[in-house]
Design a protein around this ligand. Sequence first.
Ligand code: HPA
Length: 406
Amino acid sequence: MRLVVSECLLGSPCRYDGSAKTCDEVCALVKRVLDTGGEVVTVCPESAGGLRAPRLPAERRGDKVYSLDGTDVTSSFVLGAQRSLSCAMAADEVPFAVLKSKSPSCGVGLVYDGTHTKTLVAGNGVFAQLLEERGIPMATENVVRACTPSVEHPVAVVLGSGLGHLAGLVKPVRRIPYSEIPGFPASARPVAGHSFEATVGTIDTVPVVVYPGRVHLYQGYSALEVTSLVRHARRLGCRTILFACATGAVPQAAPKGLGVIADHINLTGCNPLVGWSDAEPELSLIDTGFVDMNDVYTPYLRGIAHGVANDLGLSLSEGVLAGVLGPSSETQAEVQALKTLGVSYVGMSTVLETIMAHALGMQVLGLTLATNYAGEVGVSHESVLCAAANHAEEFESLVRGILTML
Ligand code: HPA
């Protein structure tokens, strides 16, 4: 695992005013990475560009960076960003980065707008922009904090076909039959490979709530019913949720085996936010149904998943999931169409649950086990379960590795 991190988050007094911005959760992450034999590259692009602290604050304005007194400091920021990029990329392993929020060099997703009036705009700092262009997963310290598990904020784990055995790893504190979960359909019975009791407890000391099975649209349940477990997890305090699902790999787009979901295309024809205002209390957190879906699968969690897989020597693909209604599998024409759409995996769960989790402000990790190729002859529920069983050990070690790294 290779982590790039802004020095000021670790206590270096390198910010413009000579202060640090120590973040305990990021310091703890660095320790875990080092303890598991990983590499941590610390960067301060501004120092690397020759800017000494204390100095005047600077902000990005378009492609330029200006100090408070109007001096154009773009060249120092660009030089520092390029030097920091060389350090970040000086190994074969693709890194992931935890960068100081809002900074003109390290800001991820939001930066000050160049007017020095504390106004934030969408955008990246100069260094973060270089990382984004190379597809490096990035997060601010705020995301690391939000993903850090605690007893108050356990990690929710929702398991799909054939992957439910992971529930057996939980040191239980409390069991919750799904029949007690508001909105979960009373008539639902677990199909083979699922069981309907959530376990609250710990896996390797990490607080978790594990849901070892789910219901699907193809069983005739509504989008709201299918997502009831997500609202339950949110109500229990979970801020991070891991979904695992079996899928078909689109030939030539993804291999069979373990994968990380980078994004999705909702082809189910349903959305759990339709009618959100009439539903359960959690949904009152959502102002309107118009929820921004950018980075719905948290890049930081994807970075952790790849880092853990690399440490364990597991191959882990990444791609776009198409969520379909099912239960029939895909025709050859549909497989061709999915490929044209840029789809890597196709499955009958997870997409609606992810929309719900994201709307409720949760950080989402989607892991998939591509049990077959989409359109393959002879795929059945039994063959999916059998393929899942063959990968059970790999899947279990990946999930344990991820949980203990959070
Ligand atoms: N298609 C859709 N869903 C699936 C598949 C598939 O091929 N395999 C497992 N879940």
